[in-house]
Design a protein around this ligand. Structure first.
Ligand code: DGY
Length: 422
């Protein structure tokens, strides 16, 4: 496809519209700050027309890495009371305020891909090396603070960390999260997006309870995991971490950082083996593990399919492809974020059914790596069809193709650039 096709130009225009100079907002209004995994995936989009801007996006994020190694999920670069909860609620007491939790660690994957694509490798090698060291510190933080028993997999302590805020996966474990004592608040998200597409008030109360609880523990990551009533091992989140470890290992090798390479390659291998505990023969996919109840969560969500982003065995990949065929038979556009035959499925409500193109992109990439080109092509076809039908939405109804949530959405445009330019 020509670089100057109409869809290419529209995608570039959205990235420019949401560009704040050194970081990008996911969309104006609903999300007016820098989000962690949004930025890393957005950098891939920038790389098709402005490589330097792509690197800057990720460097800006890592400039706000915490001293303990965590990279926060939001950086509040400018005040904007159109979003809740803002810096005063998090109160992490940083010079540039940030949230106190993290997000799917896709940076290792993104940085490796950007470097592979670069036409200026020699000139940028030192900048990339600095990023490799920061990403390695983040990975180390995950295994230290979110895997205290050394199982090889890390736990989320807040649904916002997964990116899949209101997934059906959290319904059962969320019962352990109380709502008493939460400070009165006014939601702002429902003023920017259709409330029927967003999480419920009951879920928000629990999100806020967790934030206030962690704040009362002074955001001390050495104790948050063990003191959280919500500790979930999500296969999708872990697959992103493990793929990033594997990619960072390769990049570190290329940049002559053997210790980083060795460490990350070891984490990747150990984690892939540990993922077996999350395999569900009943659903022919991975499912979440509840580290509080010590049991699998019976919920066939996209998290267990996104696991294919990690380098899995052929046996597991083949089973996931057959699972994808079942999902395709029950919804028009791949890949619904929850099993469409489950009576809890909701085609428009955020992560309880809608299709998200960033997740499609990672599933496609994992399938391609495993040689499953036909299914990868079907998902890419559906992804582009959704944009053709409904523009650059935040997410889409997998049955009707309706665009949901925010619009002129940065990462959707970035993924389109990836699809049409690769
Ligand atoms: C939100 O505010 O909807 C976000 O998903 C939290 O990061």
């Amino acid at each position: 496809m020509s670089e100057h096709s109409e869809i290419y130009d529209r995608s570039v225009a959205i990235l420019k519209l949401n560009d704040k100079g050194s970081y990008t907002v996911p969309t104006h209004g609903l999300y007016p700050f820098q989000w962690n995994w949004d930025s890393c995936l957005t950098a891939l989009g920038f790389s098709h027309f402005d490589e330097q801007r792509a690197w800057l996006e990720i460097e800006t994020l890592f400039a706000h890495q915490w001293e303990d190694g965590m990279v926060p999920h939001i950086v509040f670069h400018e005040l904007d009371d159109g979003y809740f909860p803002g810096p005063d609620v998090w109160n992490t007491r940083r010079v540039v305020p940030t949230s106190g939790i993290t997000q799917p660690p896709v940076a290792g994957f993104a940085v490796k891909r950007l470097f592979d694509r670069s036409e200026n490798r020699e000139q940028i090698a030192d900048r990339v090396k600095a990023l490799v060291k920061s990403i390695d510190r983040w990975h180390q933080w995950f295994f230290d603070c979110r895997d205290p028993q050394g199982e090889g997999l890390v736990a989320l302590i807040h649904p916002w960390e997964s990116g899949r805020d209101n997934s059906i996966d959290w319904d059962k474990p969320f019962v352990n999260v109380p709502t008493d004592g939460v400070q009165p608040y006014t939601r702002r998200d429902t003023q920017h997006a259709n409330p029927a597409h967003r999480p419920t008030k009951d879920q928000y109360d629990r999100y806020l309870w967790l934030v206030e609880h962690f704040r009362s523990l002074d955001w001390d990551n050495s104790i948050l995991h063990d003191n959280s009533p919500f500790r979930i091992v999500d296969p999708g989140f872990n697959a992103i971490l493990l793929r990033s470890c594997a990619e960072l290992a390769l990049l570190a090798e290329e940049l002559d950082e053997p210790e980083i390479a060795h460490r990350n390659s070891r984490w990747a291998k150990r984690g892939i083996n540990a993922l077996e505990k999350l395999w569900s023969s009943e659903h022919s996919q991975y499912v979440c593990w509840d580290r509080v109840a010590e049991e699998q969560i019976n919920s066939a969500s996209i998290g267990g399919i996104l696991a294919v982003f990690a380098p899995l065995s052929q046996e597991r990949v083949t089973a996931i492809v057959s699972r994808l065929k079942t999902i395709a038979a029950n919804s028009k556009y791949l890949v619904a974020s929850h099993d469409p035959t489950d009576n809890r499925f909701d085609s428009k409500r955020y992560w309880r059914g809608p299709v998200w193109l960033i997740v499609n992109y990672m599933i496609i990439d994992g399938l391609q790596q495993a040689g499953q080109h036909q299914m990868a092509a079907s998902i890419e076809h559906d992804s582009q069809a959704l944009i053709a039908e409904s523009g650059f939405a935040e997410y889409y109804d997998p049955v009707s193709a309706e665009g949901c949530g925010g619009d002129s959405f940065t990462w959707t445009a970035a993924m389109m650039l990836e699809f049409i330019s690769s």
